[in-house]
Ligand binder design. Structure first.
Ligand SMILES: [Fe+2]
Ligand SMILES: [Fe+2]
Length: 227
């Protein structure tokens, strides 16, 4: 794809070269919800040249001992199974853990008061977890069975709703990332906050891959084909 990057968008690279996801994430290029952006524009916004980006992707590919799966070449039922077992199930567990962390007594500052930033973060995490758990339930109980039965082309409305919720998810993560200065432990070295920020940073990376697989692989294929 090198040399022809004028014509490609971010999602083209993300779907055909799965090792690129780590590179996009490093450069803060939103390959999950904003994959339709031309690669050149995304690179300009991220202040990286397309050639340098492709160099990094090649390096990332050479670091992989096994070739990552290109999910565009797999049957949709396999993609659906992978989404549930590899993303939904562990993410539900991770979200419950995040909520448990925010249900403990928030750490106080030297003057005995709770930081408004911490209170805001705790609130954001609880709302975020609740919405995301409900989002995944809707996919598993309604949309995924619909797609698995070959009726994905009739699911434009629920898919549009899921796309909107994905955008909300990413926007909330961006807010939390800003609030925590890139998921760095807040205020001091309180172990509760350190754990919360560490887990949020891991979750942020994982959910981008999850959303990418739905937005850029599953939904476009479901809308245009039957199984
Ligand atoms: Fe999902
Ligand atoms: Fe989703």
């Amino acid at each position: 794809m090198r040399g022809s990057h004028l014509a490609v968008c971010v999602a083209d690279v993300a779907t055909t070269r799965p090792a690129s996801l780590a590179v996009f994430y490093r450069h803060n290029i939103d390959y999950s919800c904003n994959g339709s952006l031309p690669l050149n524009e995304a690179c300009a916004l991220a202040n990286v040249s397309p050639d340098a980006l492709f160099d990094e992707i090649e390096k990332e590919e050479s670091n992989h001992e096994t070739t990552p799966v290109n999910w565009n070449s797999r049957p949709l039922v396999e993609v659906l199974h992978h989404l549930v077992t590899h993303y939904h199930e562990p993410e539900r567990t991770a979200l419950h853990h995040l909520v448990r962390l925010t249900s403990r007594v928030p750490p106080t500052k030297n003057d005995g008061t709770t930081s408004p930033v911490v209170e805001k973060l705790f609130h954001e995490v609880r709302v975020f977890a609740d919405e995301l758990i409900r989002h995944m339930a809707k996919e598993e109980q309604i949309l995924f069975p619909w797609i698995a039965s070959g009726r994905g082309s009739q699911a434009a409305a629920p898919i549009a709703a899921m796309l909107r919720e994905h955008r909300d998810t990413v926007q909330t993560l961006v807010r939390m990332k800003k609030l925590t200065k890139h998921f760095q432990p807040l205020e001091d070295t309180d172990p509760l906050l350190t754990e919360l920020c560490t887990q949020l940073a891991v979750f942020d990376r994982e959910i981008r891959e999850h959303i990418h697989l739905e937005n850029n692989v599953l939904f476009p294929r479901a809308l245009r084909e039957t199984n």
